[in-house]
Design a protein around this ligand. Structure first.
Ligand code: NAD
Length: 321
């Protein structure tokens, strides 16, 4: 029998090799479940020394009944499906993985932006229908000399900036009221206020967290401040952007186009009017995904468990016990 039992509450991966590789150091076995009811959770999780949680809603009632669990490690950045207060009261660490996908989300933002600039999905659709020589319908403009505006300059915003730096942009503007201006300047960008960013950018990419201040921060008023040929990219959270205002602006040609990985409601409803527009590129909130990011996520989630079962604290703790 192994020394420790680590239970996966809900199975969303093809294999658990990464977790097993990390946890073999302490002779821990990984047991995978697909919990459905709270009753089942209470029964199954009783013997767990640690939990790896994907989307399963781990409520206070089940947490209180954990008799030997020392850490709940969430696969991902957010942890709203885990009752952290209940875990803290029970003396159980809660941990997460905040940094596994900034390379991938910044790749996605860049891909969406280049797709909008060069009109690739639009041209692909028309060519499949028999079209050719499409240049008059949707003019393409050169990147060199253009201005990029980044809203939010954290892990993803910064990485995106680095990646786009070789494309000949004239200026990179950053609106991020929380980080110091000299960090932005040293990276070769200009710290600006929100209004300047909206008015002077040709391309705008959003990289803020969703909170009370950022919810709906781009609505009709903000879109009307943008240039008529502005391209707007959102890989952050759907609710940062007022979708109806964006739809109206795209339909009326108030801005050039948009690339969206995230939506107010997900999955994007079948009758969403965004599906009818040619000047928007849609992706399915998979900016975080690459084969490599998933390996990183699984390895880091397991390392949180490893550190606690070895007697230490998680690498990325959410609470203090
Ligand atoms: P981060 O915390 O590293 O950076 C966020 C930045 O936003 C910080 O620099 C912060 O100072 C800034 N900020 C906060 N409030 C602001 C405001 N009101 N105005 C302007 N700037 C503000 O986060 P990150 O890892 O770069 O993630 C950015 C976004 O990407 C988040 O919304 C996250 O949920 C999202 N995300 C999406 C995917 C996906 O699959 N599409 C995956 C991971 C993360």
């Amino acid at each position: 029998m192994s020394q420790f039992k680590v239970i996966v509450t809900d199975d969303r991966f093809k294999s658990y090799k990464e977790e097993e590789d990390v946890l073999k150091e302490i002779d821990a076995e990984v047991e995978v479940h697909n919990l459905e009811t709270e009753q089942e959770a209470i029964k199954v999780l009783r013997s767990a020394d640690a939990l790896l949680v994907n989307l399963y809603p781990l409520k206070g009632k089940a947490i209180k009944k954990l008799s030997q669990c020392r850490v709940i490690s969430r696969y991902g950045v957010g942890y709203d499906n885990v009752d952290v207060e209940a875990a803290t009261s029970a003396g159980i660490w809660v941990a997460r993985v905040p940094d596994y996908s900034f390379e991938d989300v910044s790749d996605q933002a860049l891909a969406l932006l280049l797709g909008c600039i060069r009109k690739i999905p639009y041209k692909d659709r028309r060519i499949r229908e028999g079209g050719w020589n499409l240049k008059d319908e949707q003019p393409v403009h050169r990147i060199k000399g253009r201005t990029l505006g980044l809203i939010g300059y954290g892990a993803i915003g910064k990485t995106f900036h680095k990646k786009i730096s070789g494309l000949g942009l004239a200026r990179v503007l950053v609106y991020d009221p929380i980080i110091e201006h000299n960090i932005i300047r040293e990276a070769g960008a200009e710290p600006v206020d929100f209004d300047t960013l909206l008015k002077e950018s040709d391309y705008i990419s959003i990289h803020v967290p969703l909170n009370d201040e950022t919810r709906g921060m781009i609505g009709e008023k903000e879109i009307f401040r943008m240039k008529r040929d502005a391209i707007l990219i959102n890989t952050s959270r759907g609710q940062v952007l007022r979708e109806k205002a964006l739809y109206n602006a795209l339909k009326e040609g108030r801005i050039n186009s948009a690339g969206l990985d995230v939506f107010e409601k997900e999955p994007l409803p079948g009758d969403s009017p965004l599906r009818t527009l040619d000047n928007v590129i849609l992706s399915d909130h998979t900016g975080f995904y690459s084969e490599e990011s998933i390996v990183e996520l699984k390895t880091k989630a397991a390392r949180n468990v490893l550190e606690v079962l070895k007697g230490g604290k998680p690498i990325y703790p959410v609470n203090q016990v």
